[in-house]
Structure formats: structure tokens, C-alpha cells
Design a protein around this ligand. Structure first.
Ligand code: ATP
Ligand code: MG
Length: 389
């Protein structure tokens, strides 16, 4: 199982939590604002090295701790196929504050360690595999392309250790290239200076495009199957990757296409001073019975599609890494009818470790009964229960 112990210190309202995390299904229940999402957020940080919801990482540090200069710590004992004993992952956040003339200003610094050795974010991602289902997943269907790109990026970063590094390099190159385009528009840079950055952009960008294409090939049939199981035979799903750069037969061929495309858009880029083509403009279409669900999904359809994407994500990670991910379901069952809820819980129960949060434990206890572990989340504490709530 992926995670055997979780320790939190000054993480949001969870000031001091120390939890043995069992294999199988664990249900965390409690009223609103008790720390259920905070708990799941912390576990997911062990997988993707950042919060899925904080705009600013300062939010993660308990208010009281900020004043005292204390650190927030997320610590997990996690399984690693390459090591006999579990690894100790620690992600720490320190806020340093000062009273400046314009008001209080704070700086946040983050430190990641695996078995005491410092790692970068890209050095951590891929160790713990996790898939997070949240009530916000509906945005995957109805929201902007950036959410769908993030979905692909998180999936592929966990599946392929090289991907996140390439993505970080691409984003760096993109920033430099856009800066240069602005300077050129002001007559402060020559076309020759662009050449180096064009080369870097094409190299990283074509590879990212190709990897996204390859993963979509695994992801799509899996999502289609889960969608059919959840919605019945009447609805036929298809996912279509819409890369900004036309795909060729391989990554190198895609690089040739990317070069040609940059030529084509060069006048537009000179006018807008922004890179017009590349994986930062990718999207994928979600189509049911020929209709684009971005525009036409009903709320219930969008919820079901979002679940199919997440179940597909979990299955793709299992297929690519040969090891099943940790599933995190944060309030993901609300707004779902009883039939769909049961189908999702049934699918989730095949994974070695599943953490579910809910305000209504009966929704879950009705399905799992004594087959799950239950924890009560309240007042910043997480307490195991002996039986079924
Ligand atoms: P819901 O059922 O409404 O989703 P929840 O149990 O998931 O609730 P969380 O989102 O985890 O609740 O938030 C728990 C509480 O932690 C909230 O009251 C929130 O205001 C508080 N909180 C958030 N950040 C901090 C922080 N840095 N320090 C202290 N408390 C915080
Ligand atoms: Mg919540």
C-alpha cells in the first residue's frame, strides 16, 4: 500500500496529527470546516509536491504558527518499489515575516526531503502515485483548457520522471522567449537572438506534445470504458487530443512541424509579443455521442464524465507504472445518485488504498459497512473509530 503513516504539524487547522493509515478503504467524516480537505490536500502534496488548491503556499501554514515562526510539516512514510523499507518524505513550509513600512510582508520557503536528503519538486513527484477526485472536477469538463492541461501534466509527471523536468524547462524557455519577443517589438533585440530560444522551445515542446499524445492513447480507451460502466450503453464517449502543434509519426517529426508552425505564426507573434504555438496552447475535446461536452454537458453528465476521467487517470497510472496509485476522494460523492455512487465506490475498492472524505458517513458506510476503517475529523483532530459510525 502506498502510505502507511501520516504526520502533520501546523498544516492549516491540523496542528498536530499522527495517523497510522491502514490499507484498504479509510473514511474520514466530519462537519464542514473541520479539516477533511486539508488532510487530503496534505497527502496529495506528498505525491505532486504542491497544494492542489492554495493560491499562495503561505495559506498552508497554521495562522498561529505564522506568528511564532513555526514550520508547517507534512510527513509520510511511503512505499517505494526500489527500496525494501518505506521512505520518509517530509515537505516543510517556513514563513518568515517582517513588518515593512507598507504593512506586514511574508516570505514562504519550502523544503522537500526524502530520507533526509533534499529533493526538488521534480525529484519527489513519481515516488507516491495518487489520484485525487474532488467536487471541483466538474471544471475538467466545463472549465478552461488550462485545467485539462494541468490534468494531463499531473498524470504524466507521476507516470514519467522526465516529464516534469521537461515541462519546467519548457515553461522557462517560454518566459524567456516571450521576454525577447517584447524586446524585439521595442527594437531592443535582433531576430538572430530568437534562434537559440526557438531551438529550445521546439526541442522541449515537441517532446511534451508527443508524450501527451502517447498517454492520451492509453487514457482514452480507459476513460471510455469507465464512462460506459457509469452511464450505461446510451452514451458513447470519445476524447480527442487537440495539440497546438500538428502531430507527426514521432517526436522528431513533430519537432519539424513545430518549426514550420513557428514560421507561419511569426508575424502574429511579432505583433502580440507572445508565443502563439506550443503545448501551452493544447487542449483535449470531450465528446459524447458527437457533442462537445465542454459546451453541452448537463451537470449530471459533467459529473459522470469527470469521474470517468479520474478513473481513467488511475488506471493509466497503474498501467504505465505497474503499481496502483493511492486514491483520494474528497467530497466527490456528493451530488451523485445512489446508483452511480455505488458504482464508483465499487471501482475504488479494487485499489490497495483509498481515502474518502465525506460529511455524511452513512453514504459510504451503507456500502462498505465493516469493510472500511472510519475516522472522525473534528476540531483539528483525526480520531480512529472502533466500529461503523
Ligand atoms: P468542508 O466539509 O466544508 O469541505 P473541510 O472539513 O474540508 O470542510 P477544510 O477545507 O479542510 O474543511 O478547512 C478546515 C478549516 O481550516 C477551515 O475552517 C479553514 O478556514 C481553516 N484553515 C485554512 N487554512 C488555515 C490556516 N492556515 N490556519 C488555520 N486554519 C486554517
Ligand atoms: Mg472539504
Amino acid at each position: 500500500m502506498p502510505l502507511s503513516r501520516l504526520r502533520l504539524s501546523n498544516f492549516r487547522n491540523l496542528v498536530d496529527v499522527d495517523l497510522e493509515v491502514p490499507a484498504g478503504v479509510s473514511v474520514f467524516y466530519g462537519g464542514n470546516a473541520q479539516g477533511k480537505t486539508a488532510l487530503v490536500e496534505a497527502v496529495y502534496i506528498l505525491a505532486i509536491a504542491r497544494s492542489f488548491r492554495a493560491e499562495n503556499e503561505r495559506e498552508l501554514v497554521n495562522f498561529g504558527a505564522v506568528g511564532n515562526g513555526d514550520v508547517a510539516i507534512v510527513e509520510g512514510l511511503v512505499d517505494d518499489e526500489e527500496s525494501v523499507s518505506p521512505r520518509r518524505v517530509i515537505v516543510g513550509y517556513r514563513v518568515s515575516g517582517s513588518d515593512s513600512p507598507g504593512g506586514r510582508s511574508y516570505r514562504i520557503s519550502k523544503e522537500i526531503r526524502v530520507d533526509r536528503v533534499r529533493r526538488t519538486a521534480a525529484g519527489l513527484v513519481g515516488l507516491v502515485h495518487a489520484v485525487l477526485f474532488t467536487a471541483l472536477d466538474i471544471d475538467l469538463i466545463q472549465g478552461s483548457p488550462s485545467g485539462r492541461r494541468r490534468f494531463l501534466d499531473i498524470l504524466i509527471s507521476q507516470a514519467d520522471p522526465l516529464y516534469l523536468k521537461a515541462l519546467q524547462r519548457y515553461q522557462q524557455v517560454l518566459r524567456q522567449r516571450n521576454r525577447l519577443l517584447r524586446m524585439r517589438r521595442e527594437g531592443r533585440a535582433s531576430p538572430e537572438e530568437m534562434e537559440y530560444w526557438d531551438g529550445e522551445l521546439v526541442k522541449e515542446g515537441a517532446w511534451l506534445t508527443w508524450r501527451r499524445h502517447e498517454v492520451m492513447e492509453v487514457l482514452t480507451p480507459s476513460c471510455v470504458r469507465h464512462h460506459k460502466d457509469l452511464s450505461g450503453d446510451g452514451e458513447k464517449l470519445d476524447l480527442q487530443y487537440r495539440p497546438s502543434v500538428p502531430l507527426a509519426e514521432c517526436s522528431d517529426g513533430t519537432a519539424v512541424n513545430y518549426r514550420e508552425l513557428l514560421e507561419l505564426v511569426s508575424a502574429r507573434e511579432a505583433a502580440t509579443a507572445a508565443t502563439a504555438a506550443g503545448p501551452h496552447r493544447d487542449d483535449f475535446d470531450i465528446i459524447v455521442n458527437g457533442l462537445d461536452m465542454g459546451a453541452y454537458a448537463s451537470r449530471g453528465q459533467a459529473r459522470t464524465l469527470a469521474l470517468a476521467l479520474r478513473l481513467g487517470e488511475a488506471e493509466t497510472l497503474s498501467a504505465v507504472r505497474g503499481r496502483e496509485p493511492l486514491l483520494l476522494l474528497d467530497d466527490a460523492l456528493s451530488e451523485m445518485d445512489a446508483v452511480r455512487r455505488e458504482r464508483v465506490l465499487e471501482k475504488a475498492s479494487h485499489y490497495p488504498q483509498v481515502l474518502i472524505t465525506t460529511t455524511d458517513p452513512e453514504q459510504v458506510a451503507g456500502f462498505f459497512g465493516a469493510g472500511a476503517f472510519y475516522f472522525r475529523v473534528g476540531g483539528g483532530q483525526v480520531l480512529p473509530l472502533d466500529g461503523v459510525p
